[in-house]
Write a protein that binds this ligand. Structure first.
Ligand SMILES: [Zn+2]
Length: 328
């Protein structure tokens, strides 16, 4: 059986990381950019290891050169999501890659992105909200630029602020200023931690950045006292099992801590991270969780409810999505 048509809520998706390879190959052809070597003979992204993955990702992103490309990207990504039953999605956006961090340039990109989100809502009945992320390995100074862009363009579409990039660069406290700025502007907070870093990275992130949600967070499982604190504080984990297994952050599906974390009372959700790069979709995530842990419709409904409760959107949107989930 497959969970393809089962409605889904996704909270952790990098917009450029969701770019279907055929879409990127098409853009490359239009612009005469030669990136043939990042695809295999079947047209999938190909790479050797995590470092090479980052290079391939960067090469794919060279085809995205202006607001119009991002408008098309949003539609291509949401078409895939909708095809896999996703009814609500939140995506990470980086002003650094959209106008170099300049607020005016970023606003042009954002206009194109929200335009595409509106079109997808009308045509595919899928709702998208945006979370601006700073890039950890660009350093704390540049993070402030991203936070400023987030604060200036906060609204119905941009509802959150977060941090992606190389987790082992710097300490969470180095970025606290940017997160405080975003929080004061009324943005909701999430942060990648505990994918490559250990439980102490998760603990420092909670102490210094005070997020409502943590991207991945799976390595918290190596410290059960920390797991209990996460459960008590109601911090939600944006878990991406397929990504973790593909990148070898976790050995196999059966070794993935998502099930024990949930059993210990942590609020977990399921997302794809960078789906075509990790050869996954939301359908595959649900199917593999069903196969590995015997999760059934009831568990998946709980996952959806947890994700919707933790979503960074307004109450009216939550109500509308809740009705959609209940009707299914
Ligand atoms: Zn991520």
């Amino acid at each position: 059986m497959s969970y393809k048509s089962f409605p889904k809520v996704e909270l952790h998706l990098h917009l450029e990381g969701g770019a279907p390879p055929a879409f990127i190959a098409g853009l490359a052809r239009e612009k005469h950019i030669d990136i043939a070597k990042i695809f295999d003979e079947r047209g999938n992204y190909i790479y050797r290891d995590f470092d090479h993955f980052l290079k391939v990702y960067e090469a794919a992103c060279t085809t995205l050169q202006g607001p119009e490309d991002f408008r098309r990207l949003v539609l291509a990504v949401l078409e895939e999501s909708a095809e896999n039953g996703v009814v609500y999605s939140e995506t990470f956006l980086s002003p650094e890659f959209c106008g170099g961090g300049d607020v005016a340039a970023w606003s042009d990109y954002l206009a194109a992105i929200t335009d595409a989100a509106d079109e997808a809502q009308r045509k595919m009945d899928i709702t998208l909200k945006g979370i601006i992320t700073c890039i950890r390995h660009f350093g704390p100074e540049q993070a402030k630029t991203a936070a400023r862009c987030a604060a200036e363009t906060k609204g119905d579409f941009i509802t959150g602020f977060g941090m992606a990039g190389a987790e082992l660069v710097g300490r969470p406290g180095d970025y606290a200023y940017s997160f405080d700025m975003a929080r004061e502007a009324g943005l909701r907070i999430t942060c990648h931690a505990g994918e490559w870093g250990g439980p102490e990275m998760v603990a420092d992130t909670i102490r210094d950045i005070r997020p409502e949600r943590i991207g991945h967070g799976i390595n918290a499982y190596k410290d059960l006292a920390l797991v209990d604190r996460i459960a008590e504080q109601g911090i939600v984990l944006e878990v991406c099992p397929g990504s973790n297994v593909f990148l070898n952050a976790v050995k196999s599906w059966k070794d993935h801590p998502i099930s024990p974390l949930m059993e210990r009372g942590v609020k977990v959700t399921v997302s794809t991270d960078d789906p075509p790069f990790f050869r996954t979709t939301m359908t595959k995530e649900f199917d593999m969780l069903h196969r590995t842990f015997d999760w059934d419709d009831g568990v998946f409904r709980t996952l959806n409810k947890t994700a919707l409760d933790a979503a960074f959107c307004d109450a009216a949107t939550k109500k509308r999505i809740a009705e959609l989930l209940e009707a299914a």
